[in-house]
Design a protein around this ligand. Structure first.
Ligand SMILES: [Zn+2]
Length: 251
């Protein structure tokens, strides 16, 4: 890290547990964020702010006017253009020192293995279960940790998937829930709050500082501002991670 990079993050080096060593871990890390809309946009910006060295950002399609209630990396002038262009421009303006790999594609069967393979850590912010299951599959196969973050209306869910230790996404959802729809109710403030919390989980996993949500689901009800922690268990016969060793029971 050069003096400019250190000056940039100076205020966070004063936070409890953080120092040059943890900052070097962030600078050496590659994080895949899929997608970079309301939730993932906040994740990407906060990881760029924190000094993560390399971001792999996957988000396909062209920007629409009705994206702009939540997708804060975008711009009005970018409507009709690839979202990836807005994402790259905004992050580069904010932190020109970061290494960026912006892919104008959503996670699919043709790219999941390669994109997950590029990353030390994955942050899953995709709106569709098909994309989430693909990333879950690759994270289990490649032994990568995934921050799993989702929102619906005024609710948010956040947990960490560490294959072989915690439940994977298939343990939690063996099948795609029938109630899930592509378009869902969302305020940008809810999306960006959850995205910032997911970014903090990523920072904790990379640096080893704090107590990330391993084996615990945080349920956030922003309507009442009630937050619950739920303990999670692996499915012994999970179709995705059941072949990995199960933890031995302790007395
Ligand atoms: Zn599983």
């Amino acid at each position: 890290m050069n003096p400019t990079e250190l000056e940039r993050v100076g205020w966070q080096l004063d936070c409890a547990g953080f120092n040059l060593e943890t900052q070097q871990k962030l600078a050496s890390a590659t994080v895949l964020v899929s997608r970079c809309g309301g939730v993932g946009g906040a994740v990407s910006m906060q990881l760029a702010a924190a000094g993560v060295g390399h971001l792999v950002l996957a988000h396909g399609g062209n920007l629409r006017l009705d994206d702009l209630n939540r997708q804060t990396l975008m711009s009005y002038a970018g409507i009709g253009q690839p979202r990836a262009l807005c994402i790259e421009k905004r992050i580069r303006e904010f932190n020109p020192n970061i290494r960026l790999s912006v892919i104008s594609e959503n996670i699919s069967e043709s790219n999941a293995s390669r994109l997950v393979g590029m990353a030390d850590l994955v942050v899953d912010c995709a709106p569709l279960f098909e994309e989430r299951f693909l990333m879950n599959h690759e994270c289990v196969r490649q032994g990568k940790t995934m921050v799993e973050c989702s929102i619906f209306d005024s609710e948010g869910h956040l947990t960490i998937i560490h294959p072989g230790t915690t439940p994977c996404l298939r343990c939690l959802y063996p099948e795609t829930p029938s109630y899930w729809k592509r378009r869902f109710p969302v305020f940008g403030a809810v999306a960006s709050t959850m995205g910032s919390m997911a970014a903090l989980q990523a920072i904790q996993i990379i640096t080893g500082v704090g107590q990330p949500l391993l084996g615990t689901l945080l349920h956030c009800d922003f309507g009442s501002m009630r937050f619950k922690r739920l303990s999670l268990r692996r499915l012994p016969l999970c179709s995705e991670c059941g072949h990995l060793a199960q933890p031995t029971a302790t007395a």
